[in-house]
Design a binder for this molecule. Structure first.
Ligand SMILES: C[S@@+](CC[C@H](N)C(=O)[O-])C[C@H]1O[C@@H](n2cnc3c(N)ncnc32)[C@H](O)[C@@H]1O
Length: 219
């Protein structure tokens, strides 16, 4: 891939748009399957929980959350119009039943009241936060006092194998992920790294892996 192609791919991953964005959404569902599955297993949401996902993409995994417990109320927000439309179309039945809703919103300005959610999670999204202090302050505001935040990301040693992440991604090592949470008034209660099988991304064989941080807000 030449530089222009790498930049285009990076831009689409950052904010999927139009037909190319829909295709990228499909590719992400496959490539990020293990990571999303593992994150959902760590949610452990209580009965009747309100869950917020930031950057849900096309909402492919929402059905897996709601299958575990029909009392859960899920809200997805993403700042890409194409992804919000896709997620709504894929989850129309859950929207009708009131179990899920989707909003066009940025992590830096969340349209929710204080102390609303029991769980907030974001998978493969922190790389794009312009000013993590701002996004984490918003998350802190809308997370209930006893709520949990889960951030899942590919560690920097994985991202460094993917040349498109040179364009507009902030890479985090495990330590840097812990630091950014600590520096923004969260306590990390769990931080694990998982190796995944190799995966071919745009012709490049990549040793995959992901990390999941679980944090609570400092009172
Ligand atoms: C790389 S995709 C990941 C999608 C899905 N979570 C996954 O793991 O496959 C990143 C998604 O986060 C959204 N996103 C990135 N930055 C965001 C922000 N600051 N606020 C809201 N959504 C954001 C993008 O529009 C995109 O849908």
């Amino acid at each position: 891939m030449d530089v222009a192609q790498l930049q285009f791919l990076a831009q689409q991953l950052r904010k999927p748009d139009g037909d190319a964005g829909r295709q990228i959404g499909e590719q992400m569902n496959a490539g990020n399957y293990l990571m999303n599955k593992n994150t959902l297993e760590h949610l452990q949401a209580p009965t009747g929980a309100r869950i917020l996902e930031i950057g849900m993409g096309n909402g492919h995994f929402v059905k897996d959350i709601l299958a575990t417990d029909p009392t859960i109320r899920y809200t997805g927000c993403d700042y890409a119009e194409t992804m919000v439309a896709e997620a709504q179309a894929r989850n129309a039945a859950f929207q009708q039943s009131g179990q899920a809703d989707f909003m066009l919103a940025s992590a830096s300005e969340l349209p929710f009241d204080n102390d609303t959610f029991d769980r907030i999670f974001a998978v493969n999204t922190i790389y794009f936060w312009e000013d993590p202090a701002k996004e984490l302050a918003e998350i802190r505001r809308v997370l209930k006092p006893d709520g949990k935040l889960l951030i899942a990301a590919r560690p920097s040693w994985v991202m460094e194998q993917m040349p498109f992440t040179d364009y507009g991604f902030t890479r985090y090592s495990k330590e840097q992920l812990a630091d950014v949470l600590h520096n923004n008034s969260f306590s990390v209660i769990e931080l694990e790294e998982t190796r995944e099988p190799e995966y071919t991304v745009n012709g490049i064989v990549t040793q995959m892996g992901h990390m999941i941080a679980i944090a609570i807000k400092n009172q």
